[in-house]
Design a binder for this molecule. Sequence first.
Ligand code: TMP
Length: 259
Amino acid sequence: MARRRQIYEGKAKILYEGPEPGTLIQYFKDDATAFNAQKKGTINGKGVLNNRISEHVFTLLAGIGIPTHFIRRLNMREQLIRQVEIVPIEVVVRNVVAGSLAKKLGIEEGTPLPRTIVEYYYKDDALGDPMVTDEHILAFGWASQEELHDMADMAIRVNDFLSGLFAGIGIRLVDFKLEFGRIWENEYGRIILADEISPDGCRLWDIATGEKLDKDRFRRDLGGEVEAYQEVARRLGLFPEGDGSDVLDLETHRKKRGK
Ligand code: TMP
């Protein structure tokens, strides 16, 4: 295949020029990082699983009226997406105390929150993605008041929907991170959901056992990362023939044969 023009390489994904103007190809790597890339590793098969899981979740969200950048999955590691101007804000939604919130306030992990909390982080690796408030976002023009409202509103709708979806398959949605992008339609900017939704950017705990089924397995050196991601995919009804390992094996065989 002809070399495609690479537009951007992030920590877990690569963006290539798409087949038509206004589109991009999002490639899911197996690379994993944590703590602003101070910790680096590879989770074999993660990209394949995240591509499938994110496709599934974005398709369901489109079904309840959340506009997203997802167009269609192209193959095991790639999906066609709409090109957006990324809003430089990570929106984190929390239902249960965990991670940085537990550390910052000295509250035990697993404490349920009396109400959902939405937090904003400014996307800047050099600064370590500092937490900011809506005041900073408006003052520095990272998003307008209307865009911020749209992002917060969508984040809550996504949380309500996904909390129910995961509860139905025995998983507690503890927290997650969203990213949004701007698309331009006759001079008007509109906010749509971008990036990915996968165990890389969510905390997913088994309801019965409390077992972590997300990237905390990598962050905290717990092991069993692929098995955890496969379990999420399996419960979502993806890879119905098995646990997904057959798909990953197939990919390994193809790679060995140089195809
Ligand atoms: P935190 O507890 O470390 O602030 O993370 C909250 C949620 O956001 C958790 O589900 C992981 C996700 N997250 C990312 O996806 N990317 C990041 O860079 C960070 C810090 C968190």
